[in-house]
Design a binder for this molecule. Structure first.
Ligand code: UD1
Ligand code: CA
Length: 455
C-alpha cells in the first residue's frame, strides 16, 4: 500500500489576530507550514497534498516545494470538508495520513511509529495526554478502545474532563475514508464538517481505530494564538540547540540563543549569549561568537572571532578574522584571511584581502582593498554621488591616514601613504606620501566674538 499525505492549511487562524494567514506565521524563521512539509518530506510519501484557502496564493508562494499538490478549499467549512477537497486526486488504494498545518513540532519519528504500529487496513489517531486539554477534541474510549472524538464545544462536562486529546493527525485507508467523508454532516455547535466524525463512522463499520499516544504534549501542540506560537518557538529553539550541542558546539547558555533558519558549525565553535542567527549561517572550526550578535546569511571562516554587538548580513570571511565589537558587515562584505574590522566600522559590497585592518569608525563601500592595508580611523569611501555608486581601489600595503575621504571613483597605488585628513579625488601613485589639505596657519590678532546685546 502506498502513502498519501494531506496537510490542512486553509484556515484563517482567527485567534492569531493577524493579517498573516496562520500557517505563514514564522516559527524559527520559517512558516509553520514549512515545518510540517519538512516532516512530510522525510516520510517519502507517494504524494503530498496541501489544502489551502485563506491567504490563497501567498501560502503557495511562501512554500515553493516542487513535489506538492495544492487543493483549494475556497470556503473553510471545517476540517472534514478540507480533506474532501484533496480526495478526488488521492489514490483510493493508498493509506492517507492527515496532518494539520498548525502542528509544526511533530517529528518524522513519531509519524513513522504511527505508520508502523497501525495495520494497513486499520485506522489510527495520534493522541496525547494534556494537563490542560482545553480547546482540543477529546478521545472517548470504551473498554480501552477508541469510540469517537468529541470537540470541546460539543463536549459534555464529563467528556471535557477527559485529558486524552486528538492531535489532529489521522491515518486511514483511502477508499474507506472517501466513503466516510461523503457522509459527513455539519449539525454540531460550530456548523462545520468535522474530520473527527469519521472516527465514529469507522468504529460503526467495524474498522479498528488505534489511539496511538505521542511521547510529549509539546511535540503535538496545535498553534492557534501568539502565546502558543511563543511556547512552540522556545521548544523548537531548545531542540535546535540540543542538536548542535550533540555535534560539539558550545553555548554559554542554551536558552539564550535563537536560530531562525539553518546554522551549520564546524568543530569547537563557541557561542555566547544573545546570538541570533537568521537564514543560512555557517561557522568554521574554532570560531567564536561573543554576546549580542545578529548574523544573517553569512559564512565565517575557521578561527574567526565576532566580538560583542555586531550586525552581520550577507558577509563572508576567511580564516582568523576579527570583527567588532560594534561592527556592521552588510551584503557583499568579503573578508579574506586575518582581516580585522573594528568598532563602528561599516562595510558594504567590498573585498578586503589578507591581513588588512579597518579598525575604527570607518565606512567602506564598493571598494577593493588589497593585502596588508591599514585604513586609519574615520576614513570614508565617498562611493555615492547622489545618483550613482563608484568604486574605490586600494593597492597592497597602502597606509590610509586617519580621517581620509576617498572620493570614488578613485584608486590608491600599492604601498602609498595618505596623510591624515586628506580628501582624495585623484589617483594616488604607488609608495610615497600623498597629502591633500591646506597649510596650517594661525591668525595673529584674531579675537573671539562677543555675544551681542538683546535690545
Ligand atoms: C482540530 C480538531 C481537534 C484537535 C485539534 C488539534 C477538528 C474538527 N478538530 O481542532 O479535534 O484536537 O485540531 O490541534 O478537526 N483547516 C482547514 N479548513 C477548514 C478548517 C480548518 O484547512 O475548513 C485547517 C486549519 O488551517 C488548521 C487545521 O485545519 O491547520 C486545524 O484547524 P483548526 O481550526 O485549528 O482546528 P481546531 O479547532 O484546533
Ligand atoms: Ca488548531
Amino acid at each position: 500500500m502506498g502513502l498519501s499525505i494531506i496537510i490542512l492549511a486553509a484556515g484563517q487562524g482567527k485567534r492569531m489576530r493577524s493579517s498573516l494567514p496562520k500557517v505563514l506565521q514564522p516559527l524559527a524563521g520559517k512558516p509553520l507550514l514549512a515545518h510540517v512539509l519538512a516532516s512530510a518530506d522525510a516520510l517519502a510519501a507517494d504524494d503530498v497534498c496541501v489544502v489551502y484557502g485563506h491567504g490563497g496564493e501567498a501560502v503557495k508562494a511562501a512554500n515553493p516545494t516542487h513535489n506538492i499538490r495544492w487543493a483549494l478549499q475556497a470556503e473553510q467549512l471545517g476540517t472534514g470538508h478540507a480533506v474532501q477537497q484533496a480526495m478526488p486526486d488521492t489514490p483510493g488504494e493508498n493509506r492517507v495520513l492527515i496532518l494539520a498545518g498548525d502542528v509544526p513540532l511533530l517529528t518524522p519519528m513519531t509519524l513513522a511509529r504511527l505508520l508502523s504500529e497501525t495495520p494497513q487496513a486499520d485506522m489510527a489517531v495520534l493522541t496525547v495526554d494534556m494537563d490542560d486539554p482545553t480547546g482540543y477534541g477529546r478521545i472517548v474510549r470504551k473498554n480501552g478502545r477508541v469510540k469517537c472524538i468529541v470537540e470541546q464545544k460539543d463536549a459534555s462536562a464529563e467528556q471535557r474532563a477527559l485529558t486524552e486529546i486528538n492531535t489532529g493527525v489521522i491515518l486511514a485507508p483511502g477508499d474507506k475514508l472517501k466513503g466516510w467523508l461523503a457522509k459527513l454532516g455539519n449539525s454540531n455547535s460550530q456548523g462545520e464538517y468535522y474530520l473527527t466524525d469519521v472516527i465514529a463512522m469507522a468504529v460503526a463499520d467495524g474498522v479498528e481505530v488505534h489511539g496511538i499516544k505521542a511521547n510529549s504534549s509539546v511535540e503535538v501542540m496545535g498553534i492557534n494564538d501568539k502565546k502558543q506560537l511563543a511556547i512552540a518557538e522556545r521548544a523548537l529553539q531548545a531542540r535546535l540547540v540540543e542538536e548542535l550541542m550533540q555535534q560539539g558546539v558550545g553555548f554559554a547558555d542554551p536558552a539564550r540563543v535563537d536560530i531562525r533558519g539553518t546554522l551549520t558549525c564546524g568543530k569547537d565553535v563557541f557561542i555566547d549569549i544573545n546570538a541570533v542567527f537568521e537564514g543560512n549561517v555557517e561557522l568554521g572550526d574554532d570560531s567564536k561568537i561573543e554576546s549580542n550578535n545578529l548574523i544573517r546569511n553569512s559564512k565565517l571562516g575557521a578561527g574567526t572571532v565576532v566580538h560583542s554587538n555586531c550586525h552581520i548580513e550577507g558577509a563572508t570571511t576567511g580564516s582568523h578574522c576579527e570583527i567588532g565589537p560594534f561592527a556592521r558587515l552588510r551584503p557583499g562584505a568579503e573578508l579574506a584571511n586575518n582581516v580585522k574590522v573594528g568598532n563602528f566600522v561599516e562595510i558594504k559590497k567590498s573585498t578586503i584581502a589578507d591581513g588588512s585592518k579597518v579598525n575604527h569608525l570607518t565606512y567602506i563601500g564598493d571598494a577593493e582593498i588589497g593585502k596588508n592595508v591599514n585604513v586609519g580611523a574615520g576614513t570614508i569611501t565617498c562611493n555615492y554621488d547622489g545618483v550613482n555608486k563608484h568604486k574605490t581601489k586600494i593597492g597592497d600595503g597602502a597606509f590610509i591616514g586617519s580621517g581620509v575621504e576617498l572620493v570614488a571613483p578613485v584608486e590608491v597605488g600599492a604601498g602609498a601613504t595618505i596623510g591624515a585628513g586628506s580628501t582624495i579625488t585623484r589617483k594616488v601613485p604607488e609608495d610615497g606620501l600623498t597629502l591633500e589639505r591646506s597649510k596650517q596657519k594661525s591668525i595673529e590678532g584674531w579675537t573671539k566674538p562677543v555675544k551681542k546685546g538683546t535690545s
